[in-house]
Design a protein around this ligand. Structure first.
Ligand SMILES: Nc1nc2c(ncn2[C@@H]2O[C@H](COP(=O)(O)OP(=O)(O)OP(=O)(O)O)[C@@H](O)[C@H]2O)c(=O)[nH]1
Ligand SMILES: [Mg+2]
Length: 679
């Protein structure tokens, strides 16, 4: 697993089963929890009632949901709708790293998708380079398998909260979800988000307590806290009585109880068939399909993906493509595919209820409806939550412009950014104050960083400013986004971590002891602004042991000034090539990003100053040659330079600083347009 997420898993302190039920809420916590999560006392009463009603772990019956169904359609619609029994459409949703993609691997393997001798890599669905490099899923992906005679269309979704938009969107295609929860961690912030969305859609939910093979697994705690989450999210009684399946995706085993796992994922497949209803379709109705995803293919062009809501789709068919009722155009379906096992398979026709891919509609957009040529009507548009963070993208204005990139002009940049909107629905792009600047808004810094990383791989060269949160004005008052930050930290480092969060206007509302190893779980409500740069600071303060998770909570009144960085930058004084001689004295002023022999330019950030404010340095100074030979050459050992990744640089820069991004390098510099006089 790569650095970007390694602290999510590898540094995770193991938790002991012995004290798995140990929950030590600080006395003021529950009061505040209720205020912040908006739990009414009625909900609490219901929780107590339901708990005492015997739905707790030990008393739950093993087999559930013979009758679970999603929210019923209106009576008028219902008369025309029939349920397809030979298909299931499911999305796998969870918090980051709880094992979704690995579970899909297991499902694919067991349905004999691969040849017996085929060498199969891990996490096969994480198919793009960036996903494999970072070890996270970024884009949702479709596949399908056959279990007995039922086709199960499976969508693997990303777990990181910045990609919540992707999950929200694909929920339009399914009737149910597998809510995967890590058997040690239990429900985490993104578990809450995806469950909330699934319940809003009225989807059936099967809870998969995953990674049950972990030695510190605590299934009882996990099922109980998941149950409490259902209650908090106002799930119906029927939804709360969910089917729990215990599984190890990595070993390909599942069972109805943690002690009794089958040798395969059979119990999980059975639960999908039993608990998640087939799609309810209008078989003979007029053709309707909401395009929920887009793929590109070099030869086929844009491919629209979605679930066929009504009617039948055929190759060569003329259709209407509608954005709204008044905005429709005509097109012809050139090719048609369904997802079978791990690839797209061409077919002549698709029946309502199945998920398919449609070619030939060259300008198709996500959210549009492919409808009957004569009588077709658009389906309701896809709803999305608003972006919370924005960054300014501009053309590269450093002296090194054009050396490493293929696309450098503002036209190139503009076209690429606006193109991104076609698939990235949760993102927004606006023209900035000057012709060379564009404002990109997303659901978090990572959401935008992935775009930056993709663009540099495609050959673009540009500059980005620091992330800023998107504020709102309500009744002339300033509101800003807040998030819930959950930090798991060993008690030894509690002090510095609490201090950091306090400085950033975080308000603690819950604290629990976890396990026997002196680890605590603290929850804060904190302005999104305060989170910028926090991850690195927390890792430093806790020597890499703390785990930070955040999720958007809502808008609240402006919390006041926050100062996030108390160190300035070391800035190159002039253009040139760095020398060991100059760096030896420069490193006494702070930590450097550069090593000897590197070309730098005036205004480039070459290090972190150990004090507040910036300091200009000559990092290219050569030792003066004298006629006097010295016998006292002192050799200086240079510290190895700091290696900052793109994510680190973006976290580091402040208001008057920029990150220069090219296919070959990532540099930081002072923004010449905002330059202050250095000392
Ligand atoms: N012990 C154990 N580890 C697992 C299991 N399943 C997955 N893992 C590990 O958990 C890590 C994350 O697995 P992924 O399948 O990438 O998780 P994910 O939920 O798809 O992650 P995102 O897509 O980034 O949200 C990897 O290091 C896996 O090897 C399991 O059943 N048992
Ligand atoms: Mg994944």
């Amino acid at each position: 697993m790569e650095m970007a997420i390694s602290f999510q898993t590898s540094l995770k302190p193991s938790l002991s089963l012995k004290n798995s039920n140990l929950k030590k809420p600080i006395s003021f916590s529950s009061l505040l929890t209720n205020q912040i999560f908006g739990l009414s006392s009625a909900v609490n009463t219901r929780r107590n009632l339901s708990l005492s009603n015997g739905l707790r772990f030990s008393e739950r019956s093993l087999i559930k949901c013979s009758v679970t169904a999603p929210t019923e359609a209106t009576t008028e619609e219902k008369t025309q709708l029939v349920r397809r029994e030979d298909v299931r459409n499911i999305a796998i949703v969870a918090h980051v790293d709880h094992g979704k993609t690995t579970l899909v691997d297991g499902m694919l393997r067991q349905s004999k998708v691969f040849r017996d001798n085929q060498l199969v890599q891990e996490r096969i669905m994480d198919s793009n380079d960036l996903e494999r490099e970072r070890g996270i899923t970024i884009l949702s992906k479709n596949t399908s398998i056959f279990y007995k005679d039922t086709k199960i269309n499976i969508i693997d979704t990303p777990g990181h909260s910045d990609f919540g938009g992707e999950v929200e969107r694909v929920l339009n295609m399914v009737e149910g979800v597998l809510l995967v929860v890590d058997s040690v961690e239990g429900p985490m912030p993104q578990t809450r988000f995806v469950l909330k969305k699934a319940l809003e859609f009225g989807h059936a939910v099967v809870v998969v307590v995953n990674k049950i093979d972990r030695s510190s697994a605590r299934p009882e705690f996990v099922v109980n806290s998941t149950f409490e989450l259902f209650i908090e999210l106002n799930a119906t009684d029927e939804q709360c009585d969910f089917q729990a399946i215990y599984a190890s995706g990595i070993k390909g085993k599942a069972g109805l109880s943690p002690e009794n796992l089958a040798d395969d994922l059979g119990p999980l497949f059975e639960a999908v068939i039993r608990c998640i209803p087939g799609p309810r379709i209008n078989k003979d109705g007029a053709l309707q399909m909401l395009v929920t995803n887009i793929e590109y293919d070099e030869h086929k062009g844009r491919i629209g993906i979605g679930r066929l809501h009504a009617g039948k789709l055929q190759r060569g068919m003329d259709v209407k493509v509608c954005t709204t009722e008044d905005a429709c155009r005509y097109a012809r379906v050139s090719e048609l595919f369904v997802y079978e096992n791990f690839s797209r398979v061409p077919v002549d026709s698709v029946e309502a209820g199945d998920i398919c891919a449609v070619c030939g509609l060259s300008d198709i957009q996500i959210g549009e409806t492919i409808a009957d040529k004569a009588t077709g009507k658009p389906l309701p548009a896809i709803k999305m939550e608003e972006p919370t963070v924005k960054m300014a993208f501009s053309i590269n204005i450093s002296p090194f412009v054009g050396r490493e990139g293929k696309y450098v002009t503002s036209r190139n940049l503009r076209d690429r950014l606006y193109r991104e909107l076609e698939r990235n629905l949760a993102m927004k792009v606006e023209d900035g104050e000057t012709a060379d600047t564009f404002i990109v808004s997303g659901r978090g810094t990572l959401h935008i960083t992935i775009l930056i990383e993709n663009m540099r791989r495609e050959g673009y060269e540009f500059m980005v400013g620091p992330p800023k949160v998107i504020n709102k004005r309500v009744d002339d008052k300033l509101y800003e986004p807040f998030e819930i930050a959950t930090v798991e930290v060993p008690e030894d480092y509690m002090g510095p971590v609490v201090e950091l969060l306090g400085k950033r206007r975080g308000q603690m509302f819950d604290m629990q002891g976890l396990g026997s190893e002196g680890t605590s779980l603290v929850k804060y409500k904190i302005p999104t602004r305060g989170l910028l740069g926090l991850r690195n600071a927390i890792l430093t303060a806790s020597r890499g042991t703390a785990i930070l998770n955040t999720i958007f909570d809502g808008y609240g009144p402006w919390a006041g000034e926050i100062s996030t960085r108390d160190q300035g930058s070391l800035v190159a004084f002039d253009d040139g090539t760095t020398t060991s001689y100059a760096l030896a004295s420069s490193q006494e002023r702070g930590q450097l990003f550069v090593k000897p022999g590197m070309e730098v330019y005036k205004g480039q950030i070459v290090g972190i100053y150990q004090r507040i404010g910036d300091l200009s340095l000559n990092v290219c100074k050569k030792k003066a040659a004298t006629n006097v030979r010295s016998n006292k050459e002192v050799s200086v050992v240079l510290d190895s330079p700091l290696e900052y990744s793109l994510d680190d640089c973006i976290e580091y820069i402040q208001e008057d600083e920029l990150v220069e991004v090219t296919p070959a390098s990532i540099r930081m510099c002072k923004n010449p347009k905002l330059s202050k006089k250095g000392r």
